[in-house]
Structure formats: C-alpha cells, structure tokens
Design a binder for this molecule. Structure first.
Ligand SMILES: Nc1ncnc2c1ncn2[C@@H]1O[C@H](COP(=O)(O)OP(=O)(O)OP(=O)(O)O)[C@@H](O)[C@H]1O
Length: 408
C-alpha cells in the first residue's frame, strides 16, 4: 500500500533527524569549552533549532498523511453506510423489508463499521512503528565480530612471534567505498624490528594501524602474522598480541591502578607497579596523595599529555604484546617530559616488533626500516641513511622541512 509505505518512510526520517538533533546536543555539551571560547552559543542554539524544526516538519507531514488516510477510510465507511440506509429505505418503501429488520441491520452495521473504523488508525500506527524500528532492526541484524564475551579472556591460543607482512593490501573504508585509501601496500617487518611509517597527513598511516588491529579488513591482498594470513587466527588472539599506544590517550573514569590494569585485567598490583616504573610513571603517580588510587578521567585529576602517554605505555608494557603500534603524538611535550616519554617508549619497544607512525622524523633515525607513504602508496623505503641520500626523495624533503622549522 502506497500510503503505508509513505508513512513508514516519514517515520524513519523523523527518527533519523531526531538522532541528528541528539548528536548536536551531545557534541555541544561535550565541547562546551570550545563553544564558549569561540562565542558560538547562538550558532549552536540555531543549529539545534533548525534541526528540531526539521523534525517537527516531518512529523507534521506524517500526521497530515495519516489524517488523509484516516479521512479517506472514514469517508468510504460513512458513504457505504449512507448507501445502506438509502437502499434499505427503498426496500421498506417497496414493502420488501420491514422497518424492524432495517433497524436491526443498521445497528449491526454501526457496530461492525465502528470496529472497522479503528483499523486505519491502527494500520497507520503500525506503519509508523515499523518505520521507526527499521534502523534498530538493521543494527540488530549487523553481523558482530567473532569475539568471545567471557570476561578476562586474555588467553592466547595461537602465539604470534612478531613477523608482520602487508602483501599488496588494497583498502577503502566501507563508508566511502569509492575512495581507495591504501593502493597496494607491501612490506615486511621481521620479529623484533622497528619499522617507521612516515608521510603527509591523510596518506593512510593510521588506517594501516586499524588494519593490523583487524578493525577493518582489506578488500584485496592480505596481512600476515608469522607468515600466516590474519584469518587463520582468531581476532582475540591477534588483538591480545598487538598493543597500540595511540596519539590521544583515553583514560577511563577510575583509579590510575585500574587504568594501567586495562592492559591485562588479571595483573597483580606488583606487576602494575613494575610496569609503571618501567614506563617512567611511578614517580609522578606516587607524588599524588592517593598514589595509585588517584581517580582520573572526567571527574578526577587531569593528567598532562606526557603523563597520560606514560600511563598508556605502562598499560602496553603490562600487556606485553609481540607487536606494538606506536602512533606518535603530534603535540610536542616540553623537553623533560619528552625525554621521560622517549625513554619509556624505548623500554616498551625492546624485543618486539614496533610499527611507529612517526610525525617527528628525529625519533626514527634508528629504525630498521622507514616506509614513506604518499596518497596510499609506498613511494620510498629504506633506513635513514639510505633515504636521506636520495636527493629528490620525499623523506629528505620532509626531514629538511622539520629541521628548518625546529631551527627557526
Ligand atoms: N573511519 C573513516 N571512514 C572514512 N574515511 C576515513 C576514516 N578514517 C580515515 N579516513 C580517510 O582515510 C584517509 C587516510 O586517513 P589516515 O587517518 O589513515 O591518515 P594519516 O596518514 O594517519 O593522517 P594523519 O597523519 O593526519 O594522522 C583520509 O583521507 C581520511 O579522510
């Protein structure tokens, strides 16, 4: 039925717009400091107002259609009713039906008609509900990852030594399938090696990290761990043996102890303190009055960028992965903090394969291999000495640029 389909579509649109309006409230409240700093309160209020007006417009449109649908049915029903009375009167007039029988028939028709009269509303409401729940049903039908939900499932069935290979990996994000981000990436990192990935912003460095962690799967080519393709391992086995120290470290609301233990939930307190010591974090943690029990996150102590990074390093040390992904922070720390973080990173990288997404080229001089990425393709690779020797190369150009910026 065309009416039903239309009501369903409008109901779904109304839900979508309502979702968008909620996103605006959520973002604005989360970024309230930014909104205030840019004096954009009126702009945000207007944005919210506009989208709410959209929701109302769609709801009114839906109500109009439901109204037209209901009037159509009611008109049809009453039309039939008038027809019955008219025809009944003709029959009574011609003595083919007596008055009592006509009255009885009319009453029966009223009861049946009244019951049927509620159908259009019922039908419209049903379509509305179907429209509103379509998105929920779609989400429920989404195939989940094959992750065991057993708590504390950090056991590893298939250990990975640390060899990592990208074999002609081609990848586009599912939300933008027409835009190929990685265009046939191939490289090897032997167990224990340090491989740095450098390249301009947007060239696909973080995307490679997401692929190693199996957040996405390549459309073509494969990623191999110890010479075996990723799909020969369970996702949990891979993720339990790959750790990432991200650019922007997220701390959960809770104590520092709990935040470090996130790396290995069943770790003992001694292990956690040991990891913090190796990550150069023990000293600043114990300088807080509550030490490891200090609450961090939204409602707790705000840690500096360098301190947060050292917590993330302690977390990764506790996890003790075979492969480490290091997404170097772009924001620079002061030299003392930088030294402490750098030392902690050196400790963390020891004896494991490290993939370093580098923004500051000075930190990767010692890397075994440097891969230079541009627009999703490897345009150069080699060690620092080899790459700097290539006068026309992007690496040499980027190094000079950074050197000049730092010098200036
Ligand atoms: N979730 C996503 N969905 C769709 N496109 C994405 C997604 N994440 C990243 N992209 C796109 O993929 C491209 C590569 O992004 P990526 O974050 O891998 O670059 P990058 O080299 O790490 O950049 P940067 O150095 O600035 O962090 C960009 O054009 C980006 O817009």
């Amino acid at each position: 039925m065309i009416f039903g389909r239309f009501i369903r579509k409008l109901s779904r649109q109304a839900q979508d717009k309502l979702g968008e309006s909620n996103t605006i409230v959520e973002e604005t409240l989360q970024g309230i400091a930014n909104v205030k700093a840019f004096v954009n309160e009126a702009y945000e209020a207007n944005r919210y107002n506009k989208i709410l007006r959209n929701v109302v417009d769609i709801a009114v449109k839906g109500a109009k259609f439901r109204g037209i649908f209901a009037s159509f049915i009611v008109f049809f029903l009453f039309g039939t009713f008038v027809g019955v009375i008219w025809y009944g009167s003709v029959l009574v007039h011609n003595h083919e039906l007596d008055f009592g029988e006509l009255t009885k028939f009319i009453f029966y028709s009223i009861f049946a008609g009244a019951a049927m009269g509620s159908f259009p509303d019922l039908y419209a409401n049903l379509q509305k509900a179907v429209g509103a729940s379509e998105r929920v049903l779609e989400i429920l039908a989404e195939k989940g990852e094959d992750i065991s939900m057993i708590e504390n499932n950090n056991q590893v069935d298939q250990p990975i030594k640390g060899d990592l290979t990208f074999d002609n990996v081609v990848f586009a994000y599912p939300s933008r399938p027409e835009l190929t981000i990685l265009k046939g990436i191939s490289f090897d990192a032997a167990a224990g090696q340090k491989v740095a990935i450098v390249g301009p912003s947007g060239s696909g460095k973080s995307t490679m990290a997401s692929l190693i962690l199996q957040f996405y799967h390549p459309q073509n080519g494969s990623i191999l761990f110890d010479g075996r393709t990723a799909d020969e391992y369970s996702i949990t086995d891979i993720r339990n043996q790959v750790a990432i120290v991200p650019q922007d470290v997220l701390l959960f609301g809770g104590s520092i102890l709990e935040n470090i233990a996130y790396g290995r939930l069943n770790a003992s307190k001694e292990d956690i303190i040991q990891a913090a010591k190796r990550a150069n974090a023990h000293q600043f943690i114990t300088s807080f009055p509550e030490g490891y029990e200090t609450i961090v996150g939204e409602r707790g102590v705000k840690l500096s960028g360098g301190q947060r990074q050292r917590i993330a390093i302690a977390r990764a040390l506790l996890k003790n992965p075979s492969i480490l992904i290091l997404d170097e922070a772009t924001s620079s720390l002061d030299s003392e903090s930088e030294r402490l973080v750098q030392e902690a990173l050196e400790e963390l990288m020891k004896d494991r394969t490290s993939i370093i997404i580098a923004h500051r080229l000075s930190t990767i001089r010692e890397a075994d291999k440097i891969i230079v990425l541009e627009k999703g393709e490897i345009i150069e690779s080699g060690n620092h000495a080899e790459l700097i020797g290539n006068e026309q190369g992007l690496y040499r150009y980027l190094s000079q640029l950074q050197f000049e910026t730092q010098a200036g």
